[in-house]
Design a protein around this ligand. Structure first.
Ligand code: PHE
Length: 453
């Protein structure tokens, strides 16, 4: 098995390369686009606190587990699960976990690509001066114009999909490492500039209060589920993306240290995005719960009025596009790796098949923002439905299964050897993965079901 997979898949050139790629996967639209708008929809501070607790208590131990399992299995998540189950003398049905993850990644990319397309559209809107000294109504009209145009959205979604598949077909090492190396610091720097602008906008304190003063009366079971689901989504956990990246990780690298870095960077980017956006929302009397359009209706206001705003605007949406790209690559990688291993395809062929299927799903998502917006199921349009199904249900369920497998099913001698942690560190991880993560996810699910019944 090892011989075969080593000839099919490449390895990262170093620990640093893995960190870059995994951080590239984690930091994406989830941090800059999704985190602010779901925080706005779910009342702010209390939601942020639950999200942070989930990152620390569930996200970090599960990320350690997922990378560890990937490196031990060394194949696509489906085949990795098969191998690991065999090694642990466990039921071979564990490989369905790989299937669920592959499907989740595919469904997420279906809408992720559409939103990434919005950020590409905004690079050009910024470039042609679309934000100049516009007020909130004009900026909203600009966004509505994009929402109401299936043609524009399908065009950008298609461009994004082609670029993603182009990169994926070259394999994980070609190009990806270099792209992340440049974009991460640049994105960070631009977010700091935006935070600086937000500080001078007048409603800075109000924005901070909204984000960091918890008011628990504002959240309910569903908000807790959304916060937990987002912890998985933003860290790319529970669907095999991090597992497949872990499978390309050289043997001697410390998994735990790497995880702390990735989770830390991811959280900082999300918080910076929130700190940059909410003061603008309040200063311009915008609605905190305006949904998926939130950043597209607030940040252009900043770019339209700040010194150097034209350049920063173009750069920001360009970086958002790159951030989305490095995440999309990891969303489809489990599918591509599986097609290569099992269906005798080469990477380009595997990319064409999966790319076309995902593109079609994206077209349906585009329609859910305009001509099909009236068609709802459980009160949700297709975009909302896919998002709920994947981020709130499939990823936490995948995370739960990963926790149970690595904590209860895998031999401790195997996980201890693979993680190579100091005794105490290993015990803390075991405690979290066995006794904290599974009951926590389970209880949140139970609570939500209780609300429905
Ligand atoms: N973590 C990515 C983001 O925050 C999204 C993602 C989810 C990527 C799951 C891979 C797997 O944008």
């Amino acid at each position: 098995m090892t011989d075969k997979t080593q000839t099919i898949h490449s390895e990262w050139s170093s620990r640093f390369a893995f960190i870059l790629a995994a951080t590239g996967s984690a930091v994406g639209l989830g941090n800059i686009w999704k985190f602010p708008y779901i925080t706005g929809e779910n009342g702010g501070g209390a939601f942020v606190l639950v999200y942070l607790l989930c990152v620390a208590g569930l996200g970090i131990p599960i990320m350690i587990a997922e990378i560890m399992m990937g490196r031990r299995g060394r194949q696509s998540p489906i085949n990795t699960m098969q191998t690991l189950a065999q090694q642990a003398d466990a039921d071979s049905r564990w490989h369905y976990l790989g299937w669920m993850g592959m499907i989740a990644g595919f469904l997420i990319l279906g809408y992720y690509s559409v939103i990434a397309g919005w950020s590409m559209a905004y690079i050009f809107k910024a470039f042609f001066g679309g934000f100049f000294s516009s007020d909130a109504t004009e900026i909203k009209a600009l966004f509505d114009d994009l929402m109401n145009s299936p043609i524009q959205q399908i065009f950008w979604h298609s461009v994004f999909m082609v670029i993603t598949m182009q990169v994926v077909s070259r394999g994980v090492r070609g190009g990806l490492e270099k792209a992340v190396n440049f974009f991460m610091p640049a994105l960070f720097f631009l977010l700091l500039i935006l935070v600086g602008y937000a500080m001078s906008s007048g409603s800075y304190q109000q924005g901070l209060d909204f984000l960091f003063t918890p008011d628990f009366s504002k959240i309910n079971a569903n908000a807790v589920l959304t916060a937990m689901g987002h912890a998985f989504f933003t860290l790319s956990l529970g669907m095999g993306a991090i597992m497949v990246y872990g499978s390309y990780l050289p043997g001697h690298v410390s998994i735990a240290k790497t995880t702390f870095f990735i989770a830390g960077a991811d959280t900082i980017v999300a918080l910076l995005a929130g700190i940059a956006i909410f003061p603008l929302v309040f200063a311009n009397n915008l609605q905190v719960d305006s949904g998926p359009g939130l950043i597209f209706q607030t940040l252009p206001l900043a770019f339209g009025h700040m010194g150097g705003g034209w350049l920063f605007g173009v750069l920001f949406f360009l970086l958002l596009f790159v951030a989305a790209l490095t995440s999309s690559i990891s969303l489809i990688e489990p599918t591509v790796a599986w097609l290569v291993e099992n269906k005798d395809m080469d990477r380009p062929q595997a990319c064409i098949w999966s790319g076309v299927a995902c593109w079609l799903l994206g077209v349906a998502v585009v329609f859910s923002f305009n001509i099909w917006s009236g068609h709802t199921f459980f009160g949700k349009n297709l975009f909302e439905l896919l998002d709920y199904l994947t981020a709130n249900l499939m990823l936490p369920l995948g995370g739960l299964a990963i926790a149970v497998f690595s904590g209860w099913i895998m031999k401790t001698s195997d996980s201890a050897q693979e993680l190579a942690l100091p005794e105490q560190g290993y015990q803390i991880w075991q405690f979290l993965i066995k006794f904290v993560a599974p009951p926590a996810v389970f209880l949140v699910f139970l609570h939500v079901i209780g609300v429905f019944l």
